[in-house]
Design a protein around this ligand. Structure first.
Ligand code: CTP
Ligand code: MG
Length: 425
């Protein structure tokens, strides 16, 4: 790739089309009129309006340097405020602006293109045009499109082979012919274009009255070469009520990815002969995973010193993105003195659930030269499974030494590591 062909040498913005009226969906839901239907681009998907999902996705594409949101004229003010608040809560990290669309999709694109920065450093040279009604398009798909532009294409669009046989029909619904299916592609957005030829094609469309359903069609009519990149099955356009089910389906983009939480904790043992009363006041019998380990060294701790449950708590807090155990239960707070650590696990678990996740598996390791933990592993696993409300075969406890090395090897203390996997729902 030459420097001149890199996306960064050719500033690229995305135009996100959200100015449609969603007539097909609205009519199917309320065929006789009824109350004012919500436009499909504003429907809720996983706690955010449909259009925001594409904004989020496009903002993750490095080449995309800014976003134009195109809304129905009467909604621009209200939607600008909404975008500002969504961006404040979850920054896109890009400049963005909102403008009014037009009566037809192609009018909305034309108006969106007119809103692009046209001078200065940001002056846009290439553009991605994307339907807000396609919330499941991936960043990888947008990157594929940009990549083809970066290699010199004038226009690049995602397309999939069609599986149905397609018939061309006349006005009376009589079949005229059957195009060869192998030569057909069902095309999607985001569609990528060099800006100057796209603007020229839109101008001709205005002047000559072309009616199209996507921008690629304008480019074709203007004699430009349009390249196909592989599309995505999941990149459906929400159009009819049947598509609404996708918004609620676990396969949809509404479903967040699984999460993995990792926790680590260390406690020191009471040293032989230690006499400092302040230290002695914090010496506790060894307890691991809520299980008393008879005959073990004493640990120094503010709470009950259960290194394993502390690591487990941190792993859970990691899933909930809720900071760490020290933040939640500071050891300067006297109410946590000698507190059973199961309380911390239970609170962290509550937070995991509150943010829509449920643990499905835990793998924990205790590193200690002494005592021997092998005989206790099964009980520890059972106890942790109970605390996490998991089946026993979804918890694994490992114990190891550090071969006499480091602070565990010299029996000054022990450490624990916990990894917890959680799924949405
Ligand atoms: N769109 C637009 N301006 C228009 C028409 C459509 O910005 N005048 C946008 C839609 O918001 C949608 C995308 O273009 O994100 C694809 O259009 P489509 O799926 O046809 O949506 P609608 O036109 O809103 O739906 P319908 O055709 O059923 O009225
Ligand atoms: Mg439409």
């Amino acid at each position: 790739m030459t420097a001149a062909a890199t996306p960064s040498a050719r500033p690229l913005w995305a135009v996100l089309l959200a100015a449609g009226s969603g007539t097909r969906l609205a009519q199917a839901l309320a065929p006789h009129g009824g109350g004012e239907a919500v436009r499909k681009q504003y429907l809720d998907l996983g706690g955010a309006p449909l259009f925001w999902h594409s904004a989020r996705t496009l903002s993750r594409v490095q080449a995309v340097q800014g976003l134009v949101f195109v809304f129905p004229a009467q909604d621009v003010e209200r939607m600008s405020a909404l975008v500002a608040s969504l961006d404040a809560a979850e920054p896109l990290g890009l400049p963005w602006l909102c403008c009014a669309g037009g009566a037809r999709r192609q009018d909305s694109v034309r108006l969106g293109l007119a809103a692009l920065p046209s001078s200065g450093q940001e002056a846009c040279r290439a553009v991605l045009v994307h339907d807000a009604a396609r919330p499941f398009a991936s960043a990888a798909l947008a990157r594929r499109v940009v990549e083809v532009l970066a290699h010199g294409a004038v226009a690049a669009i995602p397309g999939l082979p069609v599986t149905d046989t397609i018939k061309r029909v006349d006005l009376n619904n009589v079949v005229v012919d059957t195009p060869d299916r192998a030569a057909l592609r069902a095309v999607q957005t985001p569609q990528g274009f060099l800006l100057a030829p796209l603007l020229a094609a839109h101008q001709r469309a205005q002047a000559e009255g072309w009616e199209v359903t996507d921008d690629a069609a304008l480019m074709e009519r203007a004699g430009q070469k349009v390249s196909i990149v592989p599309g995505e099955e999941a990149n459906v356009k929400i159009t009819t009520p049947a598509d609404l089910e996708l918004l609620a389906s676990p396969m949809s983009g509404a479903m967040p990815a699984p999460r993995t939480g990792w926790g680590y904790d260390v406690h020191r043992y009471l040293a032989p002969g230690e006499a400092d009363p302040k230290v002695l006041a914090k010496a506790r019998p060894l307890i691991l995973g809520g299980v008393a380990i008879p005959g073990g060294p004493q640990v120094i701790a503010h709470s009950d010193g259960d290194v394993l449950l502390h690591a487990l708590t941190d792993a859970l807090l990691g899933i909930a993105c809720a900071g760490d155990i020290g933040q939640l239960f500071p050891d300067t707070d006297e109410s946590f003195a000698n507190m059973p650590s199961a309380v911390f696990v239970t609170e962290a678990l509550r937070r995991v659930r509150a943010c829509g996740f449920r643990p499905v598996h835990a793998d924990v390791t205790v590193v200690a030269q002494t005592p021997k933990l092998g005989p206790h592993k099964a009980r520890l696993a059972a106890q942790i499974a109970q605390l996490l409300e998991l089946p026993p075969d979804c918890v694994n406890v490992k114990a190891t030494t550090e071969e006499g090395l480091g602070f565990t090897g010299t029996r000054q203390g022990l450490k624990a590591i916990a990894v917890v996997t959680a799924l949405p729902g």
